[in-house]
Design a protein around this ligand. Structure first.
Ligand code: AMP
Length: 193
């Protein structure tokens, strides 16, 4: 199965993508994790994206698309994948559609996690304290949520118009969210998307 997780920072995409990936036997691919690893390694990619990430801005579409298209070509993604954090803009979504369409392996579905902004902010501040992520501070959180509204939220109607979108309430318990995601995924595999 080829899936995309959509939702603002703090919605629970990383946690749920890991769990659903383990359940379905497909790898979760987090662009945030890929970029953080590049920064930690001190690679050329890491040097390019470090200050962008700290400001809570988006890495340029071309660069991001290249990173993810290369990753999707790896054998580990042959059975499918769950994208977490990509696409984040309409041009990224179009590039993904073109890359997968060109190989005859389109997306099966898109899962949106919906969480209110006040809960997102509380969760992200808590994560910053626990994990020390550089971009989980009040100022950058505000910017990331603004960037989501301005550049990423447009992907909801984009995928809805393709009949690919399922929206799930992300404010209940992690187990309840996981059950709702499993049900939504079953509707994709049944060809009902
Ligand atoms: P995340 O862990 O998904 O919240 O991503 C952390 C940061 O990585 C974001 O705030 C962006 O700076 C950058 N990033 C991750 N994925 C993308 C993407 N698809 N496009 C542009 N920037 C991204």
């Amino acid at each position: 199965m080829r899936l995309v997780f959509l939702g603002p920072p703090g919605a629970g995409k990383g946690t749920q993508a890991a769990r659903l990936g383990a359940h379905l036997g497909i790898p979760p691919l987090s662009t945030g994790d890929i970029l953080r690893a590049a920064v930690a390694e001190g690679s050329a990619l890491g040097a390019r994206v470090d200050s962008i990430m700290q400001a809570g801005e988006l890495v340029p579409d071309d660069l991001m698309t290249e990173v993810i298209v290369n990753r999707l070509a790896e054998p580990v993604c042959a059975p499918g994948f769950i994208l977490d954090g990509f696409p984040r803009t309409i041009p990224q979504a179009e590039a993904l559609e073109a890359a997968l369409g060109g190989k005859g392996i389109p997306l099966d579905g898109v899962l949106e996690l919906r969480v209110s902004e006040s809960i997102l902010t509380t969760r992200l501040l808590g994560r910053g304290e626990q994990q020390g992520r550089a971009d989980d501070n009040a100022e950058t959180i505000r910017n990331r949520l603004r960037v989501y509204g301005e550049q990423t939220a447009a992907l909801v109607p984009f995928y809805e118009s393709r009949g690919l979108l399922r929206s799930v309430a992300g404010e209940t318990t992690p187990d309840e969210v996981f059950s709702a995601l499993q049900a939504a995924t079953a509707s994709f595999s049944a060809g009902a998307a």
